[in-house]
Design a protein around this ligand. Structure first.
Ligand code: GLU
Length: 438
């Protein structure tokens, strides 16, 4: 299979051409502006030295400073940060944020590090990248296996080096260091809102809908929790080790609390500190993805659904909380099967939207209330969802064959790419410089 960046570019061209985006725009978006590769030296607790490969990809600053998280994971690669940087570029444009796209990563299994080693690694990352990062240049945030505390260490390191208080250099920080209320839940809340908007468009009632969530990190937890609270029935949850399935429904908060306390995923119902096991089955990741549920929420890593398992998917709707969970070929197959997919660049955009709010609050030196953050997030997500939905509906009948409407992903890319095209156009195109256009 092509690497994840090749696949992302293939998708960019397919969807870009479908939306009549000129080649000069697609060529511009087919490569990152810059990628800084570095080796991080970390003193381990036993006194030994270890070296970790790190990346910061600045994909595009056409619409504003580069923006995107930093992940700590053994499978991080240059191709991966580039794909993620492109998706951040599209995502920010989908929501209409004045931000470009970027992404960083370190090849590491953070579970193998002590807390002090993790702090040294986080600070080393900022030292290695300090020349390219900045509040008006490139603003990192959390991603897979990084969190508010890690952002706090990185922010602190940046401020020590530059000898200035600069909270706007990084988002997703602890509240005490200038983080925004509502940032921690934001990715999950954004995905929850998208599920609600879709449900309303489909005239369905929440209580009749079953949900399977693949991945139980911060985003997976919050989306599952909010759906459960709104009356959806969350019947399956997985983490990196396995999955639990309870047709009668799981109490998301209990499962989460138990996982925090024991690191194990268990089907439990807790009252205070007393937890009881509920009737359930332990199933595999593959079985979870193939469950006959209404809504499947992939919230783990890229390429969970490829041509290997796409034919097994039985859900009616998929809400992509992870970045790139469906390969481009599998995506086409699922679309042909009539599965409605809310794409990552919309469904998980709540995180970067509240990151943007955090950056605005830091620049203004004026924090917002939780209600303001939630309301503004809802307004932004609703507007983007409606525009994408309307484009998708307006395309009905234009395409030949079985598909009668472009997918929500095609519509989201069309919206983002037209916005980016307009910015490229006003800087001057071939037609302008060859005087075909005044
Ligand atoms: N890592 C998140 C994402 O992939 C958030 C990025 C940000 O807040 O800048 O969207």
């Amino acid at each position: 299979m092509a690497d994840v960046f090749d696949d992302a570019i293939k998708r960019l061209y397919t969807l870009g051409q479908q939306a009549d985006i000129p080649d000069n725009v697609l060529a511009h978006l087919s490569r990152p502006v810059a990628v800084l590769c570095s080796s991080l030296h970390v003193r381990m607790d036993d006194g030994s030295s270890q070296y970790f490969q790190a990346y910061r990809c600045q994909y595009s600053y056409l619409l504003g400073p580069c923006k995107g998280g930093i992940r700590f994971h053994p499978n991080v690669s240059q191709a991966e940060v580039q794909a993620l940087g492109l998706w951040m570029t599209i995502k920010c444009a989908v929501i209409g944020l004045p931000l470009g796209g970027g992404k960083g990563g370190v090849v590491v299994d953070p579970k193998q590090l002590s807390k002090l080693e993790l702090e040294r690694l986080s600070r080393a990352y900022m030292r290695a990248n300090v020349d390219v990062i900045g509040p008006d240049r490139d603003i990192p945030a959390p991603d897979v296996y990084t969190n508010a505390r890690i952002m706090g260490w990185m922010c602190d390191e940046y401020e020590i080096i530059t000898r200035k208080k600069q909270p706007a250099v990084i988002t997703g920080k602890p509240i005490e260091l200038g983080g925004s209320l509502g940032r921690e839940e934001a990715t999950g809340r954004g995905a929850f809102l998208c599920t609600e908007f879709l449900r309303e468009k489909m005239s369905a009632t929440a209580s009749g809908l079953t949900v399977a969530v693949q991945g139980f990190g911060n985003a997976g937890y919050h989306v599952a929790r909010l759906l459960g609270e709104a009356g959806y029935k969350v019947v399956a949850i997985s983490d990196s080790k396995g999955a639990i399935y309870a047709p009668e429904g799981l109490d998301v908060e209990s499962v989460w609390q138990q996982k925090q306390a024991t690191t194990k995923l268990q089907a439990v119902y807790c009252q205070g500190s007393v937890c009881e096991i509920v009737e359930h089955k332990n199933i595999s990741h593959e079985e979870l993805l193939a469950l006959d549920v209404d809504i499947l929420i992939p919230a783990a890593l890229e390429n969970s659904i490829t041509m290997v398992n796409a034919a097994d998917i039985r859900a009616r709707w998929i809400v992509e909380v992870a970045n790139g969970p469906i390969s481009s070929e599998a995506d086409q197959l699922l679309h042909k099967k009539g599965i409605v997919i809310v794409p990552d660049v919309l469904a998980n955009a709540g995180g970067v939207t509240v990151s943007y709010f955090e950056w605005v609050q830091n620049k203004a030196g004026y924090p917002w209330t939780l209600e303001e953050v939630r309301q503004r997030l809802k307004d932004r997500m609703q507007q983007a969802f409606n525009e994408i939905w309307d484009y998708h509906k307006a395309s009905a009948g234009k395409e030949s064959g079985v598909e009668s409407e472009v997918s929500l992903r095609s519509a989201a890319y069309a919206k983002a790419l037209h916005g980016i095209k307009n910015v490229i156009d006003v800087r001057g195109t071939k037609a302008y410089f060859s005087r075909e256009e005044s």
